[in-house]
Design a protein around this ligand. Structure first.
Ligand code: NAG
Ligand code: NAG
Ligand code: NAG
Ligand code: NAG
Ligand code: NAG
Ligand code: NAG
Ligand code: NAG
Ligand code: NAG
Ligand code: NAG
Length: 670
């Protein structure tokens, strides 16, 4: 079989261009359904949840897992090695306090070498063949034990190994975030990402580590080494993982794996990965048992009683005749219930101004969705509201989060959206985020959101006023594109007509002054909010920072930097030095222009897009009456009267979340 395969591979190399069969796979977990066949050895196993468990708390064992087929790394036996790229997520759980051996990513001529020892050699070598040039082994060790015989630098490091465990280059485990080095502890039980990349033409190996929370690879690798792997790698090799337990009780997991020859391996998506078992200390386990067991019995009896009654009510929903025409947009409650695992806390993505948002997978189509539960009491205006939701569901733009449909229950409305794996933009901006976006990513998000909002205002058959543009309503898809979401407050009206007075809706800090005065939501009130959004993204701060004794109004502060002729001072310090001065300046100035207190002075979204594209230069702002003495933004003024009293009656803490004046949107009608 093996022989036939190799013959076939060689034949294919001859027949087809190399690109055509370059290996490329991504496995977010190894559940049987993914169609993944790892070749396992030693005590390695795939758990029911789809985790690759290399070792299982047993001493003196090896565990190995390899991609089952040989991988072509060269065009000919004496050719140059191809580029490759891989990333995976691992975790090391040790029963010994804070201790446990590590894992190695391996490329070797066979699925592991014969004669490997289950002690300190990662299940790869033994004392006689360690370091021998005939091994043809490339490995990346995630090493948690300091072995003086291999000249290890400490008990928590990452090393590049060629043919043996005396690393060619190594460095303490950690990662660079915005120029700062942060330590990581390999054996602390947490999930971590590893990227291994080899550039075949530059002959350079890069290794990068990051905690699981990192969505994107840190820009600076932990280890970078110029080394030609061509003499090491044979024409076909096996790729996989290897480890040995030595004298430790340790469980080592690989949670997901992506690999590619001649290209960038796709990044794993954290939310799709199978979950590791919870870490429970032995004391806690005992307490759980003692208290939990009797409690369990009581609840079981109670459950039995309620079960019959609850089952009937559980999936009840409200469906009226006029809704029948909305068939495709109408979801069954039961379907959403199953999709979100019964709206489990585990699936909770966030809590917004109007309700909780859950992640789910539709049972029929396997599409990933986000479900927002909005509570409402009154039925007044419901028909119009549902009609609007259905209209909004017809909007299609790559920078909008698709609204898929809705479901109605007594006292509750559920909105179903496309799921966005990378969550909302705000969490990358303020409060010392663990992950920040660099400037080019931010600028792309800004331009994307601008084009989404332009579509809503001018390109669709009706005018859509979003009414709640802000960073926390911008979601990032798998490719970090910004998408405007949460159409819960949006209004539609026909082109050429005047918007009607409505209840004031939106978020403080993003509300245009004339909106709070007249109660009219218009395209230029959206532009005002977009201005606040621009400043947020460029400055990494909220429009109103409530920390400290006094509120800091972001637009005032940026304005003051500008009058001091140093508008760049307002930029987010987390950007470091890697940004385009002209672009940051443009975004900050445009943010000020959009925040103008006179709606007529604000640009339209069409103009905003032209400015951002550099097609049209931003007008000189002094000409627009923005004198430093006048401060015509009059941002505070916007919060007088109605809105201000609202703030003072509810306290400051409220000012960051969406609110609706007086009555809710749902009961208000038009
Ligand atoms: C995985 O292995 C099973 C049985 O060993 C085989 O039927 C199946 O085709 C294999 N799948 C892949 C994707 O190789
Ligand atoms: C570990 O795996 C081996 C082989 O699969 C099995 O015999 C052993 O019982 C397992 N040990 C534990 C502690 O689960
Ligand atoms: C391998 O062969 C293909 C097709 O002949 C060629 O395009 C490619 O550059 C070669 N790669 C290397 C690393 O030599
Ligand atoms: C190296 O490869 C080339 C073409 O693939 C072949 O002509 C040459 O004989 C090979 N040399 C050796 C030493 O194998
Ligand atoms: C790997 O390549 C070397 C040299 O080209 C050769 O001696 C060795 O037998 C090869 N190993 C395997 C397993 O094919
Ligand atoms: C070490 O492994 C080699 C094969 O790689 C084997 O020939 C040798 O016997 C092993 N030595 C010991 C001491 O196990
Ligand atoms: C390396 O391994 C080969 C084959 O197993 C053996 O003949 C040779 O002596 C070894 N070299 C060293 C330096 O141990
Ligand atoms: C990181 O680890 C190194 C070596 O163990 C230590 O010297 C340093 O103080 C640590 N830094 C932090 C921030 O913990
Ligand atoms: C490795 O890192 C260096 C420095 O960041 C970078 O210039 C190079 O392109 C990287 N190479 C690969 C293969 O990722």
């Amino acid at each position: 079989m093996f022989l036939k395969l190799s013959v076939l591979v060689i034949l294919l190399v001859r027949l087809a261009p190399a690109e055509a069969q370059d290996l490329n796979f991504i496995y977010n977990g190894f559940a049987p359904l993914t169609g993944f066949n790892l070749s396992l050895d030693g005590i390695a196993e795939i758990t029911k949840k789809g985790l690759l468990k290399l070792t299982n708390d047993t001493k003196q064992k090896t565990g190995q897992a390899f991609y089952p087929n040989p991988v072509t790394f060269k065009n000919s036996s004496n050719g140059t090695a191809f580029s490759f790229s891989t990333n995976f997520v691992f975790a090391i759980r040790s029963k010994n306090p804070n201790r446990g051996p590590g894992i190695a990513f391996v490329i070797s001529p066979t699925r592991g070498l014969p004669g490997a020892l289950p002690s300190q050699y990662f299940g790869l070598f033994n004392e006689s063949n360690n370091g021998n040039l005939t091994n043809h082994v490339f490995a990346v060790e995630l090493d948690t034990i300091q072995n003086t015989e291999f000249n290890d630098i400490n008990d928590n490091h990452v090393g590049i190994d060629i043919n043996g465990l005396d690393s060619v280059k190594c460095y303490p485990a950690g990662y660079y975030n915005g120029g700062l080095f942060k330590n990581l502890t390999l054996y602390d039980g947490q999930e971590m990402r590893v990227w291994v990349e080899y550039d075949g033409s530059q002959k350079q190996i890069n290794i990068t580590l990051a905690p699981i929370g990192f969505l994107i690879k840190p820009q600076t690798p932990l280890l970078s080494l110029k080394y030609d792997l061509s003499p090491i790698l044979n024409q076909t090799m096996y790729v996989g993982f290897s480890s040995s337990t030595g004298s430790f009780f340790v469980s080592q997991y690989i949670v997901g794996w992506s690999f590619r020859i001649n290209g960038q391996a796709e990044d794993l998506i954290a939310s799709k990965l199978p979950k590791l078992p919870k870490i429970i200390g032995s004391k806690k386990r005992l307490i759980l048992l003692v208290i939990g067991a009797p409690l369990m019995l009581v609840s079981l009896v109670l459950l039995g009683v309620f079960y019959v009654i609850r089952r009937k009510r559980k999936f009840a929903e409200v469906l009226e005749d006029w809704e029948l025409e909305y068939g495709p947009q109408r979801f069954k409650y039961k379907e959403l219930y199953i999709a979100t695992n019964g709206f489990k806390e585990k699936e909770l993505l966030g809590v917004g101004g109007f309700g909780k948002v859950y992640r789910g997978i539709l049972p029929s189509s396997k599409i990933e969705i986000a479900v927002k539960r909005v509570s409402h009491e009154s039925r007044q205006g419901m028909k119009e509201f549902v009609a609007e939701i259905v209209s909004i569901g017809r909007l299609r733009h790559r920078n909008l989060v698709q609204l898929l449909g809705y479901c109605r229950r007594k006292g509750e409305l559920l909105l179903v959206y496309d799921y966005m794996p990378n969550g909302s933009l705000d969490k990358y901006l303020y409060d010392q985020p663990e992950v920040t976006l660099n400037w080019s990513q931010r600028f792309r998000v800004i331009r994307g959101v601008a084009s989404g909002l332009f579509y809503l205002h001018e390109e669709w058959e009706q005018v859509v006023i979003h009414r709640d543009v802000k960073a926390s309503n911008v979601l990032l898809d798998g490719e970090l594109n910004g998408r405007l979401g949460d159409f819960g407050l949006a209004r539609l009206y026909d082109h050429g007509t005047d918007p009607q007075t409505t209840h004031i809706v939106g978020t403080l800090g993003y509300l245009a002054p004339e909106h709070t005065r007249t109660g009219r939501a218009t395209m230029s009130t959206d532009v005002f909010a977009f201005g606040a959004f621009l400043l947020e993204v460029a400055c990494g701060k909220r429009p109103i920072e409530t920390q400290g004794p006094e509120d800091v109004i972001l637009v005032d502060w940026v304005f003051s930097c500008w009058t001091r002729r140093n508008i760049l001072e307002a930029r987010d310090q987390n950007l470091g030095t890697d940004f385009v001065v002209e672009e940051v300046e443009l975004v900050l100035k445009l943010g000020l222009l959009c925040s103008h207190s006179d709606p007529a002075a604000r640009p339209s979204m069409r103009q905003v897009i032209q400015y951002l594209a550099g097609d049209v230069a931003l007008p000189e702002m002094v000409l627009l009456g923005l004198s430093s003495s006048g401060l015509t933004f009059a941002h505070h003024e916007g919060f007088d009267g109605y809105a201000m009293s609202y703030v003072s009656s509810l306290g400051r803490g409220f000012s960051q979340s969406s609110f609706v004046g007086e009555s809710t949107r749902l009961s208000g009608g038009r």
